[in-house]
Write a protein that binds this ligand. Structure first.
Ligand SMILES: Cc1cc2nc3c(=O)[nH]c(=O)nc-3n(C[C@H](O)[C@H](O)[C@H](O)COP(=O)(O)OP(=O)(O)OC[C@H]3O[C@@H](n4cnc5c(N)ncnc54)[C@H](O)[C@@H]3O)c2cc1C
Length: 413
């Protein structure tokens, strides 16, 4: 028997479950298909930027995330080997300044975040299935998905398929959607640490010393998600059974003494290493199918934008789906146009951050020191932080040009 739905959503992570919940709440019939039977720590995003938090509010999902344990951060410190820790701490930045009504970034564990949204989709009326193996997909005017679930083969049709199946999407290629990518600049590893005592749970921090650049995002209750950037050549730096301990040890640095609290914590999950590059699909749709979230491309994780991007995608796509019964490719042009420019700007910001924070040795160290000095006289040299915290549209197009990049890096244009 073939069942018919308004929407079939492939992938029940952040984007798929948020979209399924929103459209089921709007009265549409939704089939949500998730491959896994439990959400596990695959080292994904657990920090939502203030502009992404605003997107969760617009989707009506913010209170749900808070109730599920969402943890707000309120201050940021940038440490660096070229300045004393006290100096860095005295320049702590309040995080409520970026988006009105948003106290700061929101942190929530990725597996728990996915489960919370998946349950919400089911509560709102979506048929939400786990342990699904999608065996075939047909796009075009009459989209169809065949899948195995609990030992049974099923076929479903819908007006539209949503591909929300993450970085390694299996929807993208058969749908004929092209993904571009830039070159990796460095490697990026992450791990969850628990039992951390002594770190201020409202404080996020970044810093660079020697051959390592770190990022710290507390989750509350002594748990902290930490990331580290390092050179491409050191691929196996945190591999093997001692990898988690080596990763923790990398946080013991002179210019950020409070990091010792993290290094004294306990690994609470795997340490996984990724290339740091960005990917993007300029046209994330085709007839009968639209991609959201990582499936449509994601920016370099060094700026932690994927969750915010995904929530923006879900809002834009569900607004189109709710606005009219025209679900033809032409209806999704405004989504593609907005997304292409959003990704271009954040790619630019990510590349700037990677160049400044994740290059190592005397010359990059001197460039960071000189930039800090110039930035104290000309704050526009640090304005890319607004694109990251307040949203890529919060600053003018002139800050996403080769000339601006050259000015920030102190190079001739
Ligand atoms: C190291 C690292 C650090 C990051 N840090 C941050 C951060 O701090 N802040 C931030 O905003 N973003 C961050 N991100 C990005 C963020 O995690 C992602 O952008 C976000 O999870 C994307 O959500 P999604 O729903 O598109 O994909 P996912 O969350 O990956 O969900 C995809 C779902 O699809 C399912 N699936 C896959 N294939 C199939 C299939 N064939 N059938 C059915 N289901 C399928 C998967 O099981 C999964 O549940 C980071 C990413 C990395 C790699």
């Amino acid at each position: 028997m073939t069942a018919r739905y308004d929407l079939i959503v492939i992938g029940g992570g952040i984007g798929g479950s948020a979209l399924a919940a929103t459209m089921a709440k709007a009265g549409r019939s939704v089939l949500l298909l998730e491959r896994t039977t439990t959400f596990e720590d695959k080292v994904r995003g657990e920090w939502i930027a203030p502009w992404g938090v605003a997107e969760t509010k617009r989707l009506g999902l913010y209170d749900l995330l808070l109730k599920a344990g969402g943890h707000h951060l309120d201050r940021h410190v940038s440490y660096d080997e070229s300045r004393a820790p006290e100096e860095a701490e005295a320049a702590a930045m309040p995080l409520s300044m970026f988006v009105e009504g948003v106290p700061g970034p929101l942190c929530i564990g990725h597996p728990h975040h996915c489960q919370t949204l998946f349950d919400e989709a089911a509560r709102c009326g979506a048929e939400a299935l786990r342990g699904v193996d999608v065996t075939s997909m047909r796009f075009g005017a009459d989209p169809e998905v065949a899948f195995e679930h609990e030992g049974k083969s099923r076929v479903a049709t819908a007006r539209l398929i949503i591909g929300a199946d993450g970085r390694t999407s299996t929807v993208r290629e058969p749908a004929g959607i092209v993904l571009d990518q830039d070159r990796p600049h460095h490697l990026f590893a992450g791990m969850l640490v628990e039992d951390v005592k002594g770190w201020d749970e409202k404080l996020q921090a970044i810093g660079t010393e020697g051959d390592f650049a770190f990022l710290v995002f507390p989750q509350g209750n002594g748990r902290i998600r930490v990331y580290g950037s390092f050179e491409l050549e050191a691929r196996r730096r945190f591999a093997g059974p001692d990898g988690p301990q080596h990763f923790l040890d990398a946080f013991r640095i002179n210019s950020a003494p409070a990091n010792r609290h993290i290094a004294d914590g306990r690994p609470a999950g795997p340490v996984l290493t990724f290339f740091n590059n960005s990917t993007w699909a300029d046209r994330p749709f085709a007839e009968g199918v639209v991609l959201v979230g990582d499936a449509a491309g994601c920016t370099d994780p060094i700026i932690g934008m994927g969750l915010s991007l995904t929530y923006r995608d879900v809002r834009l796509v569900t607004d189109i789906l709710k606005a009219s019964d025209d679900w033809s490719p032409a209806a999704f042009e405004p989504y593609a146009t907005e997304r292409a420019e959003r990704m271009r700007r954040l790619r630019f910001a990510a590349s700037l951050v990677a160049t400044i924070d994740a290059e190592f040795g005397p010359a990059p160290r001197e460039r960071r020191r000189a930039l800090e000095e110039r930035r104290s006289k000309d704050p526009s040299l640090g304005i890319h932080a607004f694109a990251i915290m307040a949203g890529p549209e919060s600053i003018g197009p002139e800050f996403f040009t080769p000339e601006h990049r050259a000015r920030v890096l102190g190079e001739a244009a």
